[in-house]
Design a protein around this ligand. Sequence first.
Ligand code: GCV
Length: 652
Amino acid sequence: MTAVHPAWLPDDLLAPLGSRRVRVLGAGLLVETVRAEIRRAVALHGGQLVDDPGSADVVLAATDDDSADGVEEYVVSRSGGVTTVSGAGAGLLHGLFHLVRLGEAAFGPDRPTERHAPAYPLRMLDHWDNVDVHPVMGQVERGYSGGSIFYADGRVRADLSRVAEYGRLLAAVGINRVAINNVNVHRREARLLTDDLAGVARIADVLRPWGIGVHLSVSFNSPVLLGGLATADPLDPGVQEWWARTTARVYEAVPDFGGYVVKADSEGRPGPFAYGRDHADGANLLARAVAPFGGTVHWRAFVYDHRQDWRDRSTDRARAAYDHFVPLDGRFDDNVVLQVKHGPMDFQVREPLSPVLAAMPRTHLAVELQVTQEYTGQQRHVCYLGPAWSELLGFRLRGPGGATVAEDVGGVVAVSNVGDDRFWTGHPLAQANLYALGRMAWDPASDPATVLDEWIAMTFPGAAPGIGATLHRIMDGSWRTYEDYTAPLGVGFMVRPGHHYGPDVDGYEYTPWGTYHFADRDGVGVDRSVATGTGFAGQYPPHWAAVYGSVTRCPDELLLFFHHVPYTHVLRSGSTVIQHVYDTHVEGVEEVERMVAAWAGTEGAVPDDVFVEVRERLAEQLRSAREWRDQLCAYFFRKSGIPDAKGRVAVR
Ligand code: GCV
């Protein structure tokens, strides 16, 4: 078996630190992790772990006793030829990885003192891993990187060394929590809460030294499913007592357990609606069970009617989260975090921001992102998502001059893209998305292009000159390229139902899951204006309600999300809708052709295994992009009867 890929922590990267004389001061679990990292680095690169204060080139000093809950900030300074990092708790660990990132630059001339602190205490990954292999979804739901790193053969893995390596990678980018099972909690996975606590505790033991806390997704129906109760009604004293008792046992096994993640009344999962209760009743039930132990409940706002009738034009999936949750603002307990998908739909390549993110000032909110590329090429396509996340985290949902989304929320949660694949993420370049997620959750104002360069420099430290620029060229614009050759102008969901890979313009159009484009012979798009449509545009604060509600002011990239327009409608760009479809699809494929050619030029300059793996995946990306182009262009030509003004698109 080939060794697991080191991702952004290859041994070579430790050379600047590992070749020096390093002193580590302090005691405790996380300081021991720092010491072990230094031992590893100096053993590889000829340096030394020293005790003598006079002989150290580098000092890593714990400023307080450490704990996973501790303050995470750190300070780096350089004077008199000595680089010093100090931090309490996980801060020292983050500071260590900051030195690794800086490389030789950390040991140059004296530097001004730098202070670093995360934007949020909550920087979390949700794993959609099943303990068993699900007959339809496989072991990792929407996973494109092999099986689970946590479970094998129907139980928590006996050998968790891969999880320890994962913890190290996550600590190096600043992630501090993971939820270790699928939010779609099936019967077997539900039992993690009760029968398999020893396994959960072992995972927590392995991640704790990396400053990472463990959370569990639980079924709202657990009292019935696991406890044999007749009801899971949140207002039933027996149910409350069951959760309190069960939770106390969890904390006995895992004293620093993070809390529960819940998907309720969503896509068939059980929830409070069955008992005539609302989501605040449901969330507070669990919040009160974890509160005595300092735990948190992550309650997902992904609630919509997945059994709607496509003939009914008044039901709009986009409205659902706001309609369900905004009236509950102020009713959630203090240890509830409402976890809101970034868009009102479902992780499409382009969506507006969810209006919920600006509408619940009395509720703790976290924005949920998707690192796993369900709708963005399933890790067969290069699609670097840093620019998309940067755009949405920096978006001023309350209007110009208002707070950014990053300022409005209290944390970032993202669905992980990792599996037991040798490269961790299937596509080797998809590692950059996990890296960027961690870095941007730490500092949402990070420039995604800089983060990309950082990832390239760390992952390919020995690459020949110029290779970094080539990789940058391939990856930096790849999200917009993906958008170009797939669904146009914000319309979304033109994917094959079920697995969601590849084009199918009408795939979801007549299903119970929602209706997405309403294309007919005259035009395309969903009217979500207040005046004539579903009214969704009116859920935004006044500035964006006015912009999105206006067919002339709405940004091009979201036009079809908010309006139904003729194919001849002239966009703000000056192009017509139909010509835009042709242009972006033709140009998107041309861009993928350039990506393929650029990658060919890296042969011999990046490791062979990475070269071959990426080359094969790019070949599939090109095939798939052409398929998207041909289907989309043919579909809209047939609907509109208007040919490509530039004559490039075949009339089929
Ligand atoms: C875990 C989408 C995905 C589902 C996922 C769901 C969710 O609908 O296709 O696989 O379920 O989102 O976020 O809960």
